[in-house]
Design a protein around this ligand. Structure first.
Ligand code: PNS
Length: 166
């Protein structure tokens, strides 16, 4: 039987415990997960794509069969190039639904062969987003319980050296 592989795309600016929760849950269903960091030209990220990939690699060490990559352009082109049929996304609350429905519907119209699989984030992370983490850290709050240690240190470093990126 062939391996069940899913691509988990996102901005991951930076990776949070909420993202790691989805990766863990994904690994209970899929044999391998490719975490794909969007090299977003529109947003003004705090971390470069290479930094986001590197933080994700550290954060996913020991979780299981996970690889981390980055992509430009359309997700459906990237998924096609990787020969994968499933996109994994997390849903935190009902407020995510409309945005996710839009993305999944556009992707379906671009490539009807691809399915988007949603997993519910654990309740304790339902409020958690990368933007919130950046805002808390920017104003000196503790993000210790929200992100892995390496991310916490990297954010502190960014704001010490005058990063912005909310
Ligand atoms: O973490 P995010 O920012 O909510 O992730 C959004 C993402 C990366 C899944 C989405 O913006 C995306 O796939 N962008 C790539 C461009 C694309 O394919 N656009 C059409 C579908 S929105």
């Amino acid at each position: 039987m062939s391996e069940k592989i899913a691509i988990y795309p996102g901005s991951f600016d930076p990776v949070t415990y909420g993202h790691l929760d989805i990766i863990r849950r994904g690994l209970s269903v899929f044999d391998h997960i490719i975490v794909a960091v969007l090299n977003n030209s529109r947003k003004d990220p705090l971390f470069t794509v290479n930094e986001r990939v590197s933080l994700l690699k550290t954060a996913t060490e020991g979780l299981g069969s996970v690889s981390v990559d980055s992509f430009d352009g359309l997700l459906m082109d990237y998924v096609h190039k990787k020969n994968v049929k499933i996109v994994l996304r997390g849903l935190r609350a009902i407020s995510d639904f409309e945005y996710e429905l839009q993305i999944a519907s556009i992707n379906k119209s671009l490539n009807p062969e691809i399915e988007t699989c949603f997993m519910m984030t654990s309740n304790r992370f339902s409020f958690l987003s990368s933007s919130m983490v950046k805002e808390v850290a920017k104003y000196g709050g503790s993000v210790h319980d929200l992100v892995p240690e390496a991310v916490e240190q990297a954010i502190k470093q960014k704001y010490l050296t005058g990063g912005n990126g909310l």
